[in-house]
Ligand binder design. Structure first.
Ligand code: NAP
Length: 556
C-alpha cells in the first residue's frame, strides 16, 4: 500500500495533489525508477518534457545515431523475460530500435499511466515545515511529493554554439541532440557540420551520402575506433542469452565501465613492439569501445597511452588519402580515451569522397555565419543547411535548468556554483529527500549507462523502502561525508590522464562552467561495493532522522 495516497482538499495555497515520489524524466532511468517504486507500493508521478518516453533516444534522431555500447549489453537486466525475448537486430542498435525498445518497456510494464508527457518540471522547493517537496511544472500546476528523483539524463541539455550571425542563416539549422521527428533529406544540398565529437562522427558518413557537398568544421580532432557493426544472427543472440547471468554479473561487479569484455593482465609497455601492435590490430579489427581495454594502464600512464594513440593516428594516415587532411584528423592535444572515445562506421574514409571537405577551425576560427555561408579564416563556405553537432551541457545542465531550492532557500545552482557537490553522486547536502540518478560523483557517463542506472535505481528504491519500514521520513547527505566524497572523486580522477583533456567530463566545453572532473572514475564494481557498504552500515554518511530531529539539523 502507498505510504501517502494521492489526496486533495488542502488549503488553497498548497498543491492539491500529493505523491510519495515525483520522478523527473522518463528515459531509461525514470522508467525503471517508476517500475521499482510501484512494485514497492509507492505512489509515483513521472514528468517528462518530451512527447514520449526514451530520453536521449527520443531526442537524438540525427542520421547514423546508434549506441556505442553493444545492444545485448545496452539493455535492461532487471527482467530476465525481457532480455530473453527482445531481439536486437544489430551489434549496435540504431536509435529507432532503441526508442522502440523503450516504448516496448513502457507498454510491457504498463508504465504509461503514471507518466505525464510534454511536461517540464520548472521548480522544486523543499518545504521545511511540511517536510516535502513542492513541485511546479511548466503549465503552472503544483504537486507535493515526499521525495523527488532526478532522472534527467547526463547528455540531455543540447548546447547551441554562440556564433555571431547564426540567427541570420537562411537555411535550416539542426542540432544533433534536438533532431526533428520528420525525415530530413539533405539530397542535393550543401551541408555544413560544425563539431567533430561522437554525434558528428556518426552522422557525417550518412550525411555525406546525401549531400551534394559536405563541409565539416573541425576545432578538435577525436580518436575514433571502427564499430564493425553488423546484423546479429539468431545464434549470436542465443549464445549471448545463454551467458547472460555471467555477462551481467561481470558488468556489474568487475568491469570498470559496466561492459563485459576480457580484462587486460598487463600494461602496454610490458609487451614488445610487435606483440603490442598485433594486440592493437586485433582490437581494431574487432572494433568498439573495448579497444581501450587492451592494456591495463592506458588511462594512467602517458607513455603507455602514447602507444595506443600512435596506433590510431597511424590508422588514420593509412585510411585518409590526402596527407594534409589526414594530418588534420589526427588528434594530438589529448591522450586517447581522456575524451570519450568515438565509435564510427567509415568516418575517416568519408574524407576521401570528392564531395566532402574538412575545414580546420582551430587555426582559422569561424568568424561569423551569414545568410548562406560560414566564414572561417576570411573565407566563405557556402552552405544550404547547417548541422550543429556541438554537444551538451553535460551532467549538470539539465539539473541546473530546474529551480531547485533546499534548506533555507538555498538553490542547487548556488550550491554547485563552483562545481557539483554530492555524496556518492546520489544526494547533495542541504537537499533532503532529493535523489539524482547517475549524477556527478558517480560512474555515470564513464560506464554502460544502463548498468549504472539500474544500480542507482535499485539503491534508491531499497533506501526508500528502508526509510518507510524504519519510520524515518527524511534523509540527507551529511556535509562531512559529501566533502570527503568530493575530495575522493577528485583525487581518483587526478591519478589518471583524464583531466589532461578539455572534455565535457571536465565541464570544459561550456564557457564559465567550473572545471571539475565530474564523474567518479573508480569503476562501477568498486563504486557498487561502496554504495552497498554504505547501505549495510545503516546509510553511513547520511542523516536519517525523524521529523522533529531533522528540523534541528542544520547544514553549515
Ligand atoms: P561533443 O563530444 O561535446 O562534441 C562537440 C563538438 O562540437 C566538438 O568537436 C567541439 O569542439 C565542437 N564545438 C562545440 N562548440 C563549438 C563551437 N562554438 N565552434 C566550433 N566547434 C564547436 O558532443 P557530441 O558529439 O554530441 O557527444 C557528446 C557525448 O554524447 C559523447 O561523448 C558520448 O558520450 C555521447 N554520444 C554517444 C553516442 C553513442 O552512443 N554512439 C553518440 C553521440 C553522442 P571542441 O572539442 O574543440 O570543443
Amino acid at each position: 500500500m502507498s505510504a501517502l495516497q494521492p489526496s486533495s482538499g488542502k488549503s488553497q495555497a498548497a498543491p492539491a495533489t500529493t505523491y510519495d515520489v515525483v520522478v523527473v524524466g522518463a528515459g531509461f532511468a525514470g522508467m525503471y525508477m517508476l517500475h521499482r517504486l510501484r512494485g514497492l507500493g509507492f505512489s509515483v508521478r513521472v514528468y517528462e518534457q518530451g512527447g514520449d518516453v526514451g530520453g536521449t533516444w527520443y531526442w537524438n534522431r540525427y542520421p547514423g545515431a546508434r549506441c556505442d555500447v553493444e545492444s545485448m549489453q545496452y539493455s535492461y537486466s532487471f527482467s530476465d523475460e525481457l532480455q530473453q525475448e527482445w531481439d536486437w537486430s544489430e551489434r549496435y542498435a540504431p536509435q529507432p530500435e532503441i526508442l522502440k525498445y523503450a516504448n516496448h518497456v513502457a507498454d510491457r510494464f504498463k508504465l504509461r499511466s503514471d507518466i505525464q508527457l510534454n511536461t517540464r518540471v520548472d521548480r522544486a522547493v523543499f518545504d521545511e515545515s511540511a517536510n516535502c517537496w513542492d513541485v511546479t511544472t511548466a503549465d503552472g500546476k503544483r504537486v507535493n511529493a515526499k521525495y523527488v528523483v532526478l532522472a534527467t539524463g547526463c547528455l540531455s541539455n543540447a548546447r547551441m554554439p554562440d556564433i555571431k550571425g547564426l540567427s541570420e542563416f537562411k537555411g535550416k539549422v539542426y542540432h544533433t541532440g534536438h533532431w526533428p521527428h520528420e525525415a530530413v533529406d539533405f539530397t542535393g544540398l550543401r551541408v555544413g557540420v560544425i563539431g567533430t565529437g561522437s554525434s558528428a562522427i556518426q552522422s557525417v558518413p550518412v550525411i555525406a551520402e546525401q549531400a551534394s557537398q559536405l563541409t565539416v568544421f573541425q576545432r578538435t580532432p577525436n580518436f575514433s575506433i571502427p564499430a564493425r557493426n553488423a546484423a546479429l544472427t539468431p545464434e549470436e543472440r542465443e549464445a549471448f542469452r545463454a551467458k547472460y547471468p555471467e555477462i551481467r554479473r561481470f558488468a556489474r561487479e568487475e568491469a570498470r565501465n559496466g561492459i563485459y569484455t576480457d580484462m587486460p593482465d598487463r600494461g602496454a609497455l610490458d609487451d614488445g613492439d610487435n606483440e603490442r601492435r598485433s594486440k592493437y590490430e586485433a582490437r581494431w579489427a574487432r572494433g568498439g569501445l573495448t579497444f581501450m581495454s587492451v592494456y591495463n594502464n592506458l588511462a594512467i600512464d602517458k607513455a603507455a597511452n602514447d602507444t595506443a594513440a600512435d596506433f590510431v593516428r597511424q590508422k588514420i594516415a593509412e585510411i585518409v588519402k590526402d596527407p594534409e587532411t589526414a594530418k588534420l584528423l589526427q588528434p594530438n592535444n589529448h591522450p586517447i580515451g581522456s575524451k570519450r572515445i568515438c565509435i564510427d562506421t567509415d568516418y575517416f574514409a568519408t574524407f576521401n569522397r570528392p564531395n566532402v571537405k574538412l575545414v580546420d577551425i582551430r587555426s582559422n576560427p569561424i568568424e561569423q555565419i551569414s545568410a548562406n555561408a560560414v566564414r572561417a579564416g576570411g573565407k566563405d563556405y557556402e552552405v544550404d543547411a547547417l548541422v550543429l553537432a556541438t554537444g551538451f551541457d553535460a551532467m549538470t545542465g539539465s539539473v541546473a535548468k530546474i529551480d531547485i531550492r533546499g534548506r533555507n532557500g538555498l538553490t542547487l545552482n548556488q550550491k554547485w556554483a563552483e562545481g557539483p557537490k554530492t555524496y556518492l553522486g546520489l544526494m547533495s547536502a542541504g537537499f533532503p529527500n532529493l535523489f539524482i540518478i547517475t549524477g556527478p560523483g558517480s560512474p555515470s557517463v564513464l560506464s554502460n549507462m544502463i548498468v549504472s542506472i539500474e544500480q542507482h535505481v535499485d539503491w534508491i528504491a531499497d533506501c526508500l523502502a528502508y526509510m518507510r519500514n524504519s519510520g524515518v521520513d527524511a534523509m540527507e547527505a551529511r556535509k562531512e561525508a559529501e566533502d570527503k566524497w568530493v575530495a575522493h572523486v577528485n583525487e581518483v580522477a587526478h591519478a589518471t590522464l583524464y583531466p589532461q583533456a578539455n572534455s565535457w567530463y571536465m565541464g570544459a566545453n561550456i564557457p564559465g562552467k567550473p572545471q571539475i572532473f565530474m564523474p567518479y572514475i573508480g569503476g562501477v564494481g568498486v563504486y557498487r561495493q561502496i554504495c552497498n557498504e554504505v547501505a549495510a552500515n545503516g546509510y553511513e554518511g547520511f542523516a536519517m532522522e525523524a521529523a522533529e530531529e531533522r528540523q534541528k539539523a542544520a547544514v553549515s
